[in-house]
Ligand binder design. Structure first.
Ligand code: GUN
Length: 303
């Protein structure tokens, strides 16, 4: 029976690290790192998520601001707001909550965000930096998964890792992070032939497909570390992951629960990204050359 990777407890550790880092940033620079979250419209889940982001930022000493725009805000106005935040020196991190209303093009908005303030890590420049081993702002959910994997103590160098799911937000950056740690990485997806057999090869199995309990116990290699990114409702309305937890736990060495696994890590990593962005920006402004592996950033040399 596998051990539980307790995301709530590990996220609290990350938040404690962020609080300490914010304290030293304030002492060095006389201001707190700033995070501005932009929400366009009234999507109820997004309202909850963005409030949580603002509140968690403030709890860590970050200057968190939530800006809300009406659902019918023209795209040009959203872009104008992003441009204003790009030019605001007190803003280190900009997060535009997705999904956006249909008349606002997501790609245009994400492209408009200053890559050095892109604490979601969704800008193509950050995806490219990550893929080429340069210091980058990395999407928060895969960053959280890497921290959970690190806490399991598994050696990634030479290990077989399988990521099920190929989204830009989770699957692809997750694969890049595992590769940077010298794992042999497979990205599997809905068209993968014999998915159970592919998964059974994995020493580290990451499920990010958005299908309730799709990964069964007999897809898990005995002793594997299993990371479940999914948040789904089963037919009874119960919150479940992409992994059939009880079955998979029988074979895994470590496994994340849902809820209480990956979920709590995401916001904690957003806060860490905000402080990392603040440090990188102030270093750049002072004309210092950004060193790879600078605190908090995923630097090439450090991985
Ligand atoms: N919508 C759901 N998750 C996220 C996220 O991590 N970032 C943004 N910007 N929007 C989201």
């Amino acid at each position: 029976m596998g051990n539980i990777l307790d995301g709530k407890a590990i996220a609290e550790k990350v938040r404690a690290e962020v609080r300490a880092d914010v304290t030293s940033f304030v002492a060095e620079h006389g201001r707190a790192p700033g995070l501005t979250v932009v929400l366009v419209g009234e999507d109820p889940a997004s309202v909850v998520y963005t409030r949580n982001k603002e509140k968690s930022a403030k709890e860590c000493g970050i200057a968190g601001t939530l800006l809300r725009l009406p659902a019918d805000t023209p795209e040009a106005e959203v872009l104008a707001l992003v441009a204003k935040l790009n030019g605001d020196d007190a803003v280190d991190g900009i997060l535009v909550q997705l999904p956006l209303p249909r008349h606002v093009r997501e790609a245009e908005v994400l492209r408009a965000i200053d890559p050095d303030k892109d604490v979601d890590g969704f800008h193509a420049l950050n995806a490219g930096r990550l893929a080429t081993g340069q210091p980058a702002l990395v999407p928060c959910t895969p960053t959280g998964c890497m921290r959970l994997i690190a806490e399991s103590g598994v050696e990634l160098a030479g290990a077989r890792a399988v990521v099920v799911g190929r989204s830009n937000i989770v699957g692809k950056p997750m694969a890049q992070l595992l590769l940077a740690k010298h794992a042999t990485v497979t990205i599997a997806h809905s068209r993968t032939r014999d998915l159970p057999a592919v998964c059974r090869e994995a020493d580290v199995l990451v499920a990010a497909v958005g299908r309730a309990e799709m990964v069964r116990g007999d897809w898990v290699k005995p002793g594997a570390v299993v990371i479940d990114v999914g948040i789904n409702r089963d037919t009874n309305g119960k919150l479940v992951g992409d992994v059939a937890f009880a079955e998979a736990r029988e074979r895994a060495s470590w496994i994340t629960p849902v809820p209480g696994g990956v979920g709590p890590m995401t916001i904690a990593c957003l806060l860490a990204n905000t402080v990392a962005a603040a440090r990188a920006r102030t270093a750049a402004r002072r004309g210092l050359r950004e060193r790879p592996g600078q605190r908090g950033l995923h630097g090439g040399a450090r991985r």
